[in-house]
Design a protein around this ligand. Structure first.
Ligand code: ATP
Ligand code: MG
Length: 354
């Protein structure tokens, strides 16, 4: 339950900035503004901002090109500096929990607690057992501050900081719901990382980020075919479209196949780890998103490795375009890259806590 107006969703990724603005109409949310701005390679490395000015300029430009005037935004962080864990604690009041949560975090989070921001969500109260289940989330303060500072320098007003995996879950819940009787994974494969979120019993039960993604494919094409970064990106995009792919240098397919298989193997290890530690029997389905989800070879590799049906998320299923300013072609081409920004765009200026 929440009130207030939607914030502008701002996703600062390794290769590009995606921004969007949603509006609440009588029949639900719709997209009214959209912006995209590419970042040069090495601007952000391992989630660290190496060239702050380039990111600020790209943010300003994404807002200008998208004709977005609202300044209040929601940001997200991800990668190795964010951790979430499902934990069980004795039943207590929210006030008690607010005091206790730092302690709990110290026991469950492998970071120095002084360096992190801790948050939680109550998943389930089980009075019969005298316990309740929480989702504990910790993110390194430095990283949050870096992203918040950058947004402020671009004259924006960040009101919410979420994590990539949960923003996509938010978007997914809006369009499909989170059926309580199903266990499935939502996986966002971007340029430098793949974030896995396993949903069980209608909530997130496990998240993990893997440091691998589409950039690795591009780098391998550069090495194997001997082309520039831009040419390698082009070749990769062509390989993702089956009908024009036949004219490509054969090494491109080999690279695409082998890197997709490596990513699928890493994903499978995480799914196996979850199965081994959660007592669940199987993952019913994998939903894929992020720019690298455009490669059908990745879906096939995951299906082969994990023996599970893979479906690419269609973010526009329940999100109609509601303004002529929205660049439809951009959205069609880059739909899977916009899931984080769209999920962030569902956050509101005022939210009531669960
Ligand atoms: N049509 C396509 N075919 C193949 N790859 C694509 C296509 N569109 C985008 N990509 C790849 O997707 C990646 C960008 O996706 P996305 O925007 O989700 O990542 P990011 O948010 O910039 O990175 P990260 O999440 O790792 O920080 C790039 O590696 C890009 O080459
Ligand atoms: Mg991303």
């Amino acid at each position: 339950m929440s009130e207030g107006k939607p914030l502008v969703g701002v996703d600062i990724g390794a290769t590009s900035i995606k921004v969007c603005q949603l509006k609440e109409g009588r029949s639900g949310l719709g997209i009214v503004r959209l912006g995209y701005e590419a970042l040069e390679p090495q601007t952000i490395v391992d989630r660290h901002i190496m060239n702050a000015q380039a990111v600020i300029d790209a943010l300003v430009s994404a807002f200008q090109r998208g004709k977005i005037r609202q300044k209040e935004v929601a940001l997200s962080v991800s990668g190795q500096s964010v951790i979430s864990r499902k934990i069980t604690v004795p039943i207590m009041t929210t006030a008690e929990l607010d005091e206790q949560i730092q302690w709990e975090a110290e026991n469950h989070i492998p970071f120095d607690i002084k360096d992190v921001n801790v948050d939680y969500e109550i998943l389930r109260r089980r009075p019969e057992a005298g316990q309740m289940d929480l989702l504990l989330v910790a993110a390194k303060r430095d990283e949050i501050n870096d992203y918040v500072q950058i947004a402020r320098q671009a004259k924006l007003k960040p009101l919410v900081v979420d994590i990539d995996a949960f923003t996509i879950q938010n978007m997914f819940e809006y369009s499909r719901g989170l059926p309580a009787d199903q266990t499935f994974a939502i996986i966002n494969v971007g340029a430098t990382q793949a974030s896995i979120n396993i949903i069980s019993g209608g909530t997130s039960a496990f998240t993990r980020d893997i440091a691998n993604g589409g950039n690795f494919l591009t780098e391998q094409i550069i090495k194997q075919v001997g082309v520039s970064y831009d040419e390698a990106e082009q070749l990769k995009y062509q390989a993702a479209t089956a009908h024009v792919a036949s004219s490509l240098p054969p090494q491109v397919y080999d690279v695409v196949e082998s890197v997709c298989d490596t990513i699928a193997a890493e994903i499978q290890r995480s799914l196996d780890f979850f199965i081994a530690t959660s007592g669940e029997e199987r993952i019913g389905r994998v939903f894929l998103t992020g720019g690298t989800a455009k490669l059908h070879q990745l879906s096939s590799a995951i299906e082969r490795r994990s023996r599970v049906t893979v479906e690419v998320i269609q973010p526009l299923e329940r999100l109609p375009i509601e303004a002529k300013e929205v660049d439809r072609e951009l959205l069609d081409q880059r739909s899977t890259q916009f899931c984080v920004a769209l999920g962030l765009g569902m956050r509101k200026t005022r939210e009531r806590r669960a």
